[in-house]
Each structure stands twice: as structure tokens, then as C-alpha cells.
Unconditional design. Structure first.
Length: 308
């Protein structure tokens, strides 16, 4: 039967009861662990007794020093005292563990060294430092040449022409799409030529539903066809209105074109009259210039005759 010692330590009066109990319990637990290790390791009983006595003396001396410090400094925090006691106990436990398990840990350390060395080698291999990649951007030199400017102007003019052509093609495509949509609507009208034909079909179907005995499926089919014909009638009326509007706009454009053509013919006539007048005045100015030159030559000859 094992008997575990219970040590009572002198504590200052300023120390609280809970902190003192915790410190005493921690010290006694440490001593209990050490005595258990001493029983297991029976071969080292003699050396362990001496070590325990030395450790107890060290613990007592450290506790006394802590008590003296606490008396000298009554305003020290209780938490700071607890941390000091725990640190002292941790140091003692580390010392005890090193002394008791020194023999068993030597072989384990020797076995674990090659594995740790291998792991260190792997870690070193994986930590590859990547050098930064520096690069330069080559920018072509700008030459202020007249040929380049002319080429740029020509390219811009070509781009403008192409954009105009593209815009015209886009308009043509839009008109083609509109024509296709109208054609599809016309194909869906079940060969109906006008709105009156559609109304006649609708009236005949309604008369069949009201005055004839039809099966349920046939009646439902007629109702669906009536709805579809009404839809087509509305679409046809809208398209007819659009066609009328477009035809009116085309007629107005034709009238405007005829008016502009007539006005252009009048302007051409006026231009011909003005051109004839310009030609006549040009001939007159030429004749006047010739006469002026002749008179000027005559005037230049008079001083010559006078000097003779």
C-alpha cells in the first residue's frame, strides 16, 4: 500500500484561500505522480528518493520566495501569482520527466531521428523559391512621316465608306425581315383574301354551333378555329393599315419626286440661259481686251515718233 505525502506550505496572510488550496493541491499531485513513477521504476528507487527530496526543497524554497514577494508587494494581481506557481510546477514536471524517462527515451529518440530527417528533407525539397519573371514590352517607334499620314487618312475614308455601306445593308435586311413577317402572316390566313371572307367563315361556324347538333370534339375544334380566325382578322387589319400607310408614303414620295424633277428641269433651263449669257459676256470681254491692248500699243508708239 502506497502512502502519499501531504505537504503544508507556509502562505502569507494576504493570499486568498482558493489560490492557496489550488497551489497545495498542484504540488501534492506532482509529488503523487513522482512517487508512482518511483514505484514502477524500482531499479532507480535510491536515486529517485534523493531527487524527490531535492525537488521538495526546491518547491518549498520557491513557494517561500513567492510568499515573501507577495508580502512585499500586496497590490500584485492574484492571476500573476497563479501563473508563477504553474510555471514552477511545469519546470519541475519537465525535470522529473527527463530524469525518470531518460533511459527509455534515448532509444526512441534514436529511432525517430531518421524519420524526422527524412521529413525535413521532403519539406526542404517542396519549398522551392520561384524567381520573379521580368519582361519588357516592345513598342514600335513612331515615325512622323507624310506617307503614313496619307495612309491613315485613306484608311479612315475607307472605314467611313464601309460603315455607310453596312448601314444601308442593315436597312435592307430590316425591310426584308418585315416583308417575311408579313408573308408568314398572310400564309397563316387559311387562303383568306380579305377581312370579309374571314368574317363569313366565322359566321358560318357560329351558325353551325348554334343550330346543328355536333359532337363535343367537333364543337371544341370549331371554337378553336373561330378564335384563330379572329386573331388572324385582327392581324390582317393591322397589316392592311400598314400597307395603306406605306402606299400613301410611297405615293407622296413619288409626287415629291415628280415635283423635284420638274423643278430640276426649270433650274436646268435657267442654267443654260445663264451659261449663254456668260459666254456672250466672255466674248465681249475678250473683244474689249483686244481693243484695249491695241490702243495701249498705239500710245506707246507716240513718244518714239516724238523723240525723232
Amino acid at each position: 500500500m502506497l502512502v502519499f505525502p501531504f505537504i503544508l506550505l507556509p502562505l502569507p496572510a494576504s493570499c486568498s484561500i482558493s489560490s492557496a488550496i489550488q497551489l497545495i493541491l498542484k504540488v501534492n499531485l506532482l509529488l503523487m505522480c513522482e512517487t508512482k513513477n518511483a514505484v514502477v521504476n524500482s531499479e532507480a528507487e535510491t536515486s529517485s528518493g534523493a531527487l524527490q527530496s531535492e525537488r521538495e526543497a526546491c518547491v518549498v524554497s520557491e513557494m517561500k520566495n513567492n510568499a515573501v514577494k507577495s508580502e512585499a508587494q500586496p497590490s500584485v494581481d492574484v492571476n500573476h501569482k497563479k501563473t508563477n506557481a504553474v510555471d514552477s510546477e511545469a519546470e519541475l514536471s519537465v525535470k522529473g520527466g527527463l530524469s525518470v524517462e531518460s533511459e527509455g527515451s534515448n532509444q526512441g529518440d534514436e529511432d525517430s531521428r531518421p524519420a524526422s530527417d527524412a521529413l525535413d528533407g521532403q519539406n526542404v525539397g517542396t519549398d522551392v523559391v520561384k524567381n520573379p519573371f521580368y519582361y519588357l514590352i516592345r513598342v514600335p517607334r513612331y515615325d512622323d512621316d507624310e506617307n503614313i499620314k496619307e495612309n491613315i487618312k485613306n484608311a479612315l475614308l475607307q472605314v467611313e465608306e464601309k460603315t455607310k455601306i453596312r448601314y444601308a445593308i442593315r436597312i435592307k435586311r430590316q425591310t426584308i425581315k418585315e416583308i417575311d413577317s408579313v408573308q408568314s402572316i398572310m400564309n397563316r390566313l387559311n387562303n383568306a383574301i380579305s377581312v370579309g371572307d374571314i368574317d363569313g367563315k366565322i359566321r358560318s361556324m357560329e351558325h353551325m354551333i348554334e343550330h346543328e347538333t355536333l359532337p363535343l370534339n367537333k364543337e371544341k375544334q370549331l371554337i378553336r378555329e373561330i378564335k384563330q380566325l379572329k386573331q388572324n382578322r385582327d392581324e390582317l387589319t393591322c397589316n392592311m393599315k400598314k400597307q395603306d400607310q406605306s402606299q400613301q408614303s410611297i405615293d407622296n414620295k413619288d409626287d415629291n419626286i415628280e415635283e423635284h424633277f420638274k423643278h430640276l428641269q426649270l433650274l436646268k433651263k435657267e442654267m443654260e440661259v445663264l451659261r449663254n449669257n456668260v459666254l456672250k459676256s466672255d466674248t465681249k470681254t475678250k473683244a474689249a481686251k483686244k481693243k484695249y491692248n491695241d490702243e495701249y500699243d498705239k500710245l506707246n508708239k507716240f513718244p518714239f515718233y516724238y523723240t525723232r
